[in-house]
Write a protein that binds this ligand. Structure first.
Ligand code: PEP
Ligand code: MG
Length: 830
């Protein structure tokens, strides 16, 4: 397993061996590189938790979520500056994201007062480093690769052989350099050596980082405990080394000091935003309500034990018991939340996870820190398996949040006031599903993309959602009035009384439109001038199918089959698949059912299918490519579909780019249908690549229909990752380039009398509907919650006007202009 680590600092990269300090140059603290900084700022190379922050602010260690622990030590001998020239922006134990500023420093001051500015960046846990040195790096560029995981299993000796008490004579306290020397010495003995400090805090002397986390000041009282065959000799040697002062000895103060106070931390909390913020629509709708913050994880925990290992273990057990009770009742309640609760329960009682947590506690960690380091170790292992484990990683994160909440005595269920708009950095699919009946009015996230799994779930629940609003939203106080308008991609913070009145009025109008739409939900959607448009639903489960029928969906335009088998350890066999598809077909009571073959890879995980990690999974073996690479899987699914007894079942192929893919699948389908003695189901394709759109006429010769997957078509046309919040703002399916590809698809399909549908998120975007219909799309497949309103919008469209709008939109300069045009057009409706 190889993990790329981003650079926490900008500057010139040099080899560690060139650092003018043997502790670093001889890699006593760990392998890595050094950077001669060109900028006075250290950022987090990834998401993780601050394991140690030296009180003088010159060194920080981060436990990255990928399992790697990284130490950044700004300059050489900078501990002697006593904090002058440094500003810490985070606290020990805080959770950080990639790119967060951790420390800033005054380059001029350091250049004049420190021995050197050269900054070692070391891996203190996680494997070996392969790096390219002698080059410039910017912050957040890849700095080096970490290869292989290191084992840090402690020895299991129990009897205390020797105890030595002393006071710390080091004038700058126990900082990185002496900690490395102590660890190096301790490793030479067949013994476990621990450093105990006041307040029950302790750390293995084999771990420099654990010792740093004790933040021991000059004069601190210590106990060195040695265990194992050479425990006594080891305790003596470590005590002697410390007492020698290691070149930094200074007369001891008369009294042992209070624990070293942490430097004042200047946390860069974003200023609370005001006015109108711009984000990206992930689920359509409108809401005006009070805000309520929802955190994925509590921000900070006590990292080191203050109670002793036994008490910390008990605290963890008690927290697990509370969480177990809570999850068991949720698992018994049924519904989608039950499946998630079961997945969390499995992790809660996983013996390996618990063993790792106990190990961390035995090394001096708190109960919370024990669980964090164990679950983050698991997450790192899953991350190495690629995107297909994304859901399980989310489960672990959510479970971690619950355990930490239980330890702090907080509520486990993130109860939200009814009718609130949730504000979060990001939201996990499991959190969202657990909020099923909570009456959430809307969701605003700082990060995340518009087509994430959480966004798809929000759309199916009918909850308006905006993503990529930026981290400033995290500073919005609970109870602040927000106006969330997903259609215009805006959220207004603390609106004026007049704006609230206007919003209330337009919400009342929307409500009225919704009421009217619901009143006609079972009627067909026909334009003013008589053109019928089929309005279908996108489904991911039997429950979705039942709900879709209840709200007037005329069929299913996209069954995402990979969603049916998310929580599986093994691939579903033919009979299981057949039964699942049959149940959905039955629930649709004869309405058309378009089933997409497994679309696994890139953003869609399938835990049961071990795929090799790919450099660039969105451009890799995903969708139909995977099906053809694994014909056993595809043939099993095709057979299961052929066996379904349904009035109108069609098969749709995802991620198509070349004709041979369709031909090969057609041949496979024909062979299996003949073997089973059953009729050939109708075959269609999704148009998700520019290639498929541009040769749509060729595809139309081979298949019965084309359905546009605008989520992927947008990402591949605009070269913007659909899961990347950095590109989310530009990822708009109403970009004229995407619209021209939709037009090319419809033209190609029409040449052979084939119909074109849209099943991507844009089909439910009220501003897009007239444009899509004007382009000649005849089927819209939308989340269940959007069926009635989509139909109602179609009923207000005049085809001639919609065709003119579509032509103008394709000729527009950019997506924003298209949206302006669509708004004006929509204003003229009704
Ligand atoms: C799409 O890409 O637009 C689509 C409908 O498929 P998915 O979102 O499942 O990739
Ligand atoms: Mg897709």
């Amino acid at each position: 397993m190889t993990i790329a680590i981003a650079s926490p600092i900008a500057g010139w990269i040099t080899a560690l061996e060139d650092v003018p300090d043997p502790v670093f140059a001889q890699k006593m603290l760990g392998d890595g590189v050094a950077i001669d900084p060109t900028e006075g700022r250290v950022v987090s190379p990834g998401a993780g938790v601050i394991a140690t922050l030296n009180p003088s602010g010159h060194a920080v260690t981060i436990d990255l979520d990928c399992g790697v622990q990284i130490l950044i030590h700004v300059g050489i001998d900078t501990v002697a500056l006593g904090g002058t020239g440094f500003t810490a922006h985070v606290a020990q134990g805080a959770r950080v994201s990639a790119g967060d500023t951790l420390i800033s420093f005054d380059m001029d001051y350091l250049a004049r007062n420190a021995k050197s500015l050269i900054t070692p960046i070391l891996i203190t846990r996680g494997g070996q480093v392969t790096a390219r040195t002698d080059r410039l790096t910017a912050c957040s560029e890849t700095l080096f690769d970490v290869v292989g995981a290191s084992s840090s299993a402690p020895r299991q000796s129990t009897d205390v052989a020797a105890v030595r008490r002393l006071r710390l004579p080091l004038k700058h306290g126990l900082h990185a350099r002496p900690a490395a020397r102590i660890a190096e010495l301790a490793r030479g003995f067949d013994a476990d050596v621990e450093v105990h400090a006041q307040g029950g805090k302790r750390a293995s002397a084999l771990s420099p980082v654990a010792m740093l986390a004790l933040t021991l000041p000059h004069g601190a009282e210590l106990t060195i405990e040695g265990r194992g065959p050479q425990g006594e000799a080891a305790a003596d040697a470590v005590a002697a080394l410390i007492e020698s002062g290691m070149g930094e000895g200074s007369p001891l103060p008369l009294a042992a000091p209070e624990p070293w106070p942490a430097t004042e931390v200047v946390v860069e909390r974003p200023a609370a935003p005001v006015g109108v913020l711009h984000g990206v629509m992930a689920a359509p709708g409108f809401a005006m309500a009070s805000s309520h913050r929802l955190d994925i994880a509590p921000v900070a925990v006590e990292t080191t034990s203050s109670l002793g290992a036994e008490a910390e273990r008990q605290a963890l057990d008690a927290a697990r018991a509370l969480v177990r009770e809570h999850l068991t009742s949720r698992a018994g309640a049924g519904g989608a939340g039950a499946e998630i609760a079961k997945a969390h329960l499995a992790f809660l009682d996983d013996p390996a996870l618990l063993l790792d947590a106990h190990r961390s506690i035995d090394q001096g960690g708190s109960a919370g820190q024990g669980w964090i380091s164990a679950s983050q170790g698991f997450m790192a292992a899953l991350q190495a398996g690629g995107d297909r484990f994304a859901e399980r990683i989310d489960d672990l994160r959510d479970l971690e949040r619950q355990i930490l909440a239980a330890l702090r005595g907080d509520r486990l269920d993130q109860e939200v006031p009814r009718g609130a708009i949730l504000v979060a950095r990001e939201i996990l699919p499991s959190q969202l599903m657990a909020l099923g009946d909570a009456g959430v009015a809307g969701i605003c996230t700082a990060e995340g993309g518009p087509t994430s799994h959480a966004a798809i779930i929000a759309a199916s629940m009918g909850i308006p959602m905006l993503t990529a609003l930026g981290r400033s939203i995290e500073a919005i106080d609970d109870g602040t009035i927000l106006i969330l308008d997903a259609g215009s991609g805006t959220v207004t913070v603390d609106p004026s009384a007049a704006a609230q009145e206007a919003a209330a009025k337009s919400e009342a109008e929307r409500e009225e439109r919704r009421r009217i739409a619901a009143g006609h939900q079972f009627e067909p959607a026909v334009t003013i001038d008589g053109k019928p448009i089929e309005v279908f639903a996108n489904l991911g489960s039997l429950a979705d199918a039942q709900a879709a029928v209840r709200v007037g969906a005329e069929g299913c335009g996209l069954l995402r089959t990979e969603f049916l088998f998310l929580d599986r350890a093994s691939a579903p066999d033919e009979d299981e698949q057949c039964a699942a598809y049959q149940a959905i077909a039955d629930a649709l009571e004869g309405r058309p059912l378009i089933v997409r073959t497994l679309d696994i890879g890139a953003d869609k995980p399938a835990p049961y299918l071990p795929l090799p990690p790919e450099e660039n999974p969105a451009l890799g073996v995903r969708g139909l490519r995977l099906g053809l690479a694994r014909p056993d899987l595809l043939a099993t699914q095709l057979r299961a579909l052929i066996r379904v007894n349904a009035h109108d079942l069609k098969i749709m192929l995802p991620m198509v780019s070349s004709l041979y893919e369709v031909r090969d699948t057609h041949a496979l389908l024909k062979r299996e249908a003949e073997k089973l003695g059953r009729p050939m189901p109708t075959l269609g394709i999704m148009v998700e690549t520019p290639a498929a759109a541009l040769i749509a006429d060729r595809f139309a010769e081979e298949v019965a229909f084309l359905s546009i997957g605008s989520n992927d078509l947008s990402q591949y046309t605009l070269a913007m990752d659909r899961g990347n919040s950095g590109t989310a703002a530009g990822l708009d399916a109403l970009h004229p380039a995407v619209l021209r590809l939709i037009r090319a698809t419809v033209d190609g399909a029409n040449r052979h009398a084939r119909w074109t549908g849209v099943c991507g998120g844009v089909a439910a975007d009220p501003q897009a509907i007239p444009i899509l219909v004007g382009l000649g799309v005849t089927e819209l497949s939308v989340p269940t919650a959007a069926v009635a309103e989509t139909k109602q919008i179609v009923r207000q469209i005049d085809m001639q006007a919609a065709m003119r709008l579509a032509t103008q939109a394709c000729d527009a300069r950019d997506a924003a202009t298209v949206r302006d045009m669509a708004r004006t057009f929509m204003g003229g409706l009704a």
